[in-house]
Design a protein around this ligand. Structure first.
Ligand code: ADP
Length: 181
């Protein structure tokens, strides 16, 4: 019963994360936290130079960890910057990717954030295969929501239709397994 409820707090969307009106958006950043390409570049462009100024004070971030800033010119109140692993094919990739989601959610809870949106961390330049990464993303978030009631909504926002379809299939599979228990 409670697990079904946790699944109801997960939503999939296709589009641009910088446009979302949520408490926090998650940035797939690099270790410098000083901006980059992909979703990182898009977030810095939309948030304005105030975000870069704030990021300069953070001293970077290790892979799998997460740090929080204000949202500046974004609709989102906060940006949670996390650094995904560069895909290597080794077992530690999965642990580091799961840590990104866990540490972001923990920061969110500690700041009273109720709605949060994730991009497909590591699935661009960092080369993580989307089918593997989406399974880790969804199961990690789902398990977290089962134990924490303070987050009301977790959105996975995918840029491409193909990525969206992959997430949709994985979500169906995981919620199907859940219903069967
Ligand atoms: P990484 O370096 O962690 O792989 P990227 O930014 O290269 O990060 O890619 C992560 C994912 O973010 C990719 O699936 C990419 O398609 C997606 N992406 C890029 N721009 C946006 C955006 N504005 N909103 C949502 N997702 C985006």
């Amino acid at each position: 019963m409670m697990d079904v409820e946790a699944m109801d707090r997960i939503r999939l969307m296709q589009g641009d994360i910088t446009k979302l009106d949520v408490d926090a958006i998650v940035n797939a950043a690099n270790k410098s936290l000083l901006g980059g390409g992909g979703v990182d570049g898009a977030i810095h462009r939309a948030a304005g130079t105030g975000l870069l100024e704030e990021c300069k004070s953070l001293g970077g971030c290790f892979t799998g960890e997460a740090k929080l800033t204000r949202g500046h010119q974004l609709k989102a109140k906060y940006v949670i910057h996390t650094v995904g692993p560069v895909y290597s094919g080794k077992p530690q990739d999965a642990k580091l990717l799961a840590d990104c989601y866990l540490n972001s959610l923990t920061l969110a809870v500690n700041h009273g954030i109720q709605s949060i949106a994730f991009p497909a961390i590591s699935c661009g330049v960092y080369g993580y295969p989307i089918d593997k990464a989406s399974t880790i993303a969804i199961t990690t978030v789902f398990d977290f929501l089962k134990t924490s009631r303070s987050i009301q909504e977790v959105i996975f926002i995918l840029f491409s239709a193909l990525d969206f379809n992959t997430y949709q299939n994985v979500l169906k599979k995981i919620s199907g397994n859940q219903a069967a228990i």
